[in-house]
Design a protein around this ligand. Structure first.
Ligand code: CTP
Length: 421
């Protein structure tokens, strides 16, 4: 979270600055806005006050009801000089839109309104997002002012090319995209001090999705798993600092950021990938729905229905990948299975898999319920371990993923392993 002071100068693009503020507050930043008197002709204070939740200042001589505090900060007990207090507290000063006139004043060091006074007093990094008519933009005076400001360290987010505000005009001068302006603001912020995370340094292997077993070159036997639960687990483990590998069986959803993913289709491919990755993993979260049976003799070509009088597909068992990996486990590894069980006795059946597959925990899902589980955004599970069971109430799969990782961390803590609560 950063404290962003946004200066808004006059120009039709001033309304787009509201979107910059909206994006910045949505990203968790605290924003205060100062406007030039000319900008009030384009956007009123109320728009910015509504989005920032803080008073907007225009005049150097008006009192700041927030006394220079940013949203979320306690207000100081003395009434400070507003422009000095705002720039003392801000992490970055951004001027968007920066008109040709304001750029000229900033380059010349003038301090004739609150925005320019604040800029002159500011020790914070300066981000400028110019917006103006294309002839004003290309004028040598404007370009020289920008060059001077750049040479003093200002970051300039160049305007875009396209239709301009004046009817029929086309050229360079449109305010940059608000998301690009926020990205430039964030790029000049000091990196947050390194905060240790609970799974730092741990390697977590997650399987997600459902395998497909070929009947012929186009048909398969599959299941309804979307991969949502596995993706949520991978994202949460990465958020906690783990080095995550995700084996995806036919997952159509976007992969979480910062996670290495390997795509597979069949149970045999999943087995090969999991066997290759497992030795290096500290934690295995086996959320994939792996087929228990596959066609014994899949056909290479497409079966033509007119050539057959009915079709019988003979199935053979696949390897139980989790049980096979459980048999290979080494000290220091934590293994979690997922069990899709139907109705009464679900937890007991889940528990029986703990010993049979050499697991530390089984996450039991009651698939008799239609509102949770497969392809749903929510889930309700019971985490079964050797010493007890924990009911995780109905919630988004992200929350369930958090509860599963908390349980993993507790188990590792009980065994004196790294990756503890
Ligand atoms: N699993 C696996 N390989 C298989 C089948 C299942 O690795 N061929 C894993 C799943 O990823 C999941 C757990 O084992 O973590 C589910 O186990 P289990 O409930 O035994 O699978 P089911 O086939 O549903 O069990 P059963 O029919 O025996 O109740």
């Amino acid at each position: 979270m950063a404290r962003i002071l946004l200066g808004v100068s006059g120009g039709i693009a001033a309304y787009k600055a509201v979107e910059v503020v909206r994006l910045a507050t949505a990203a968790g930043h605290a924003v205060r806005v100062v406007q030039t008197p000319a900008s009030l002709r384009f956007v009123g204070r109320a728009s910015f006050e509504g989005v920032t939740g803080a008073p907007v200042l225009v005049d150097e001589f008006e009192a700041d009801p927030a006394r220079g505090a940013f949203p979320g900060d306690p207000p100081p007990d003395h009434a400070a000089i507003s422009h000095l207090e705002l720039v003392r507290r801000c992490d970055v000063l951004c001027v968007a839109p920066a008109s040709a006139n304001t750029l000229a004043k900033l380059a010349g060091g003038q301090a004739d309104n609150l925005l320019t006074s604040a800029a002159l007093a500011s020790p914070a990094p300066l981000v400028l997002a110019p917006a103006m008519n294309d002839r004003m933009w290309s004028h040598p005076a404007t370009q020289a002012n920008l060059e001077l400001l750049r040479s003093r360290g200002a970051v300039v987010v160049p305007p875009g090319t396209g239709r301009l505000a004046s009817k029929g005009e086309w050229g360079t001068g449109r305010l940059a995209d608000p998301a690009d302006i926020l990205a430039a603001i964030e790029s000049v912020l000091e990196p947050a001090p390194f905060a240790p995370r609970s799974l730092d340094g741990l390697r977590v292997l997650v399987t997600a999705g459902g395998t497909r077993e070929a009947i012929d070159s186009v048909r398969y036997v599959g299941n309804r798993s979307s991969g949502r639960m596995g993706l949520a687990l991978a994202a949460e483990a990465a958020r906690r600092g783990a080095d995550v590998t995700l084996i995806c069986a036919n997952v159509a959803l976007e992969r979480p950021e910062g996670v290495r993913s390997v795509d597979v289709e069949s149970a045999a491919e999943l087995e090969a990938a999991a066997r290759a990755e497992f030795p290096a993993a500290d934690v295995l979260l086996m959320a994939a729905a792996v087929a228990d049976f596959r066609p014994r003799a899949p056909e290479d070509a497409k079966i033509v229905k007119t050539e057959r009088d009915g079709l019988t597909v003979e199935l053979e068992p696949t390897t139980d990948v989790l049980a096979a990996l459980g048999g290979l486990r080494r000290a220091g590894q934590t293994l979690v299975g997922f069990a899709a069980e139907h109705g009464a006795g679900a937890v007991e059946r889940g528990r029986s898999k703990l010993a049979r597959k050499h697991l530390d925990a089984v996450v039991v899902n009651d698939i008799a319920r239609s509102d949770i589980g497969f392809d749903s955004a929510v889930n309700e599970v019971t985490i079964v371990t050797a010493t007890g069971e924990q009911a995780v109430p109905l919630g988004p799969k992200e929350a369930v993923a958090g509860a599963v990782l908390d349980a993993v961390q507790r188990l590792r803590s009980e065994s004196g392993l790294p990756g503890t609560v």
